[in-house]
Design a protein around this ligand. Structure first.
Ligand code: AMP
Length: 414
């Protein structure tokens, strides 16, 4: 039976997890994040971040045994980044081979409707991923570059793709269907997909363990609040609705993305401002959200400004909270019965103020906040009172562990 951080048993509805370290890769267009993580225990053996790929001033940090090893050099492309990764492991350990690495697990943002679960990567999978690029033009190309290079770097290791969208493929048609022309839906797979699936899967599983109840019996709304943010209704371990849709732009207010908008907006701006679609796309991906409201995409900075009396930052906070409350209420009704609300990711794990603002407005759902627990949570922490009908938790997410579990589960089933 796999074990969780506290050593207690972990419930899972997708079958057993095998053992062994997995090299988890999260490749973006100009960065490469990695972690060597033991699938069964979640133990992290090494982590690394290679940044500014393609620029003259690249940097790589490899952390093992609490020690950072930093290299600063030009890293022209993903192939060079993987060379640096290999050198870092060779110089500072652990040795990937003698550590018994069993697989490479790649985070892939968009799996479309084609991938409802983790897959072993082969030429067909890569070809499908390339066809899916228009669905996530900012994310999937970097993921694909990482996969292509990793296949050359580690030809003897099985490599799997774990999709941010796959967890949400369990949504029913009523939740994922957009009311748009049939031809759009049939020809271009226009529908609600959802993202952050590995995080929502991990956190909802941990919530069931924290409640000491089987995952199948627990209904949770997970609020993944980082630079990107999404809310997910998880019924018995399966996603039944989520705030992000076709792209990672929808739903909650994010660092530079606006979340929900009126669909009439692009045509309106084209009429009144002559705005082109590429301009609109850029503004929605890079210039909206907290950045548009408060001049900074970083939540910590926005909170500093708010405390200093900045009206724009105060409004930004209120908009973020309002949107969260709205989605939380909607997802609770979708579930029909709510057992828990879980906060995760950079903001969700670290901002007592935001959690309190949301939960104080969620009294209708039967949540009673424990202010002391909320103020200083320590890892996985219950932040609702014992009498609270709906429990509330802070659960630090661990997408790398979830990807490692997915990878070994797939290998065990093959
Ligand atoms: P993530 O994308 O999960 O890394 O989260 C990044 C976001 O978390 C940024 O907006 C940060 O400002 C925010 N964040 C990180 N630490 C804190 C903190 N201590 N208090 C408030 N926000 C934080």
């Amino acid at each position: 039976m796999p074990t969780a951080p506290g050593g207690e048993s972990v419930t899972d509805i997708r079958g057993p997890v095998a053992d062994g370290p997995v090299l988890v890769i999260n490749a973006g267009s100009s960065s490469l994040k990695y972690q060597l993580v033991v699938a069964e225990s979640g133990q992290s053996l090494a982590t690394g971040l290679i940044e500014r790929i393609g620029l003259a001033d690249g940097s790589a940090r490899h952390t093992v045994g609490g020690q950072d090893h930093v290299v600063e050099q030009e890293i022209p492309d993903h192939a060079a980044a993987f060379e640096v990764l290999n050198e870092q492991f060779a110089e500072h350990g652990p040795d990937l081979q003698s550590a018994g690495t069993v697989a490479v697990g790649h985070r892939v943002v968009h799996g479309g409707a084609q991938f409802a679960s983790t897959v072993l990567i082969d030429d067909d999978v890569l070809a499908t991923l390339r066809r899916l690029v228009p669905l996530a033009p900012l994310h999937n190309p970097g993921n694909i570059a990482g996969i292509e290079t990793a296949l050359q770097t580690f030809p003897d290791l099985p490599q799997v793709a774990v999709f941010d969208t796959a967890f949400h493929q369990s949504m029913p048609p009523a939740a994922y269907t957009y009311a748009v022309p049939l031809a759009w839906r049939q020809t271009f797979n226009i529908r609600h997909y959802g993202f952050h699936g590995t995080s929502h899967a991990y956190v909802s599983r941990r919530v069931a363990d924290l409640l000491d109840r089987p995952l199948q019996d627990v209904n949770t709304v997970v609020l993944h609040l980082g630079n990107g943010a999404s809310a997910c209704a998880v019924e018995g371990g399966r996603s039944v609705d989520t705030s992000m849709g076709l792209s990672p732009l929808g739903g909650l207010v994010m660092g530079t993305r606006p979340g929900d908008l009126d669909p009439g907006l692009p045509a309106h701006l084209a009429r009144v401002a002559g705005m082109t679609l590429p301009e609109f796309d850029h503004a929605l991906n890079k210039e909206s959200g907290l950045k548009a409201l408060a001049g900074d995409s970083d939540f910590r900075q926005v909170m500093k400004r708010r405390h200093a009396g900045d009206d724009a930052a105060a409004l930004a906070f209120d908009v973020v909270v309002h949107r969260l409350v709205r989605h939380l209420g909607a997802l609770a009704l979708v579930l029909g019965r709510l057992d828990a609300i879980a906060f995760t990711a950079g903001i969700g794990e670290n901002s007592p103020e935001l959690r309190a603002a949301v939960l104080e407005r969620a009294g209708l759902l039967g949540v009673a906040l424990d202010p002391a627990a909320n103020e200083s949570p320590d890892g996985e922490t219950r932040i609702s009172t014992p009498e609270s009908v709906v429990a509330a938790f802070v659960v630090p997410t661990n997408e790398e562990w979830e990807i490692a579990r997915e990878a070994t589960r797939l290998l065990a089933n093959h």
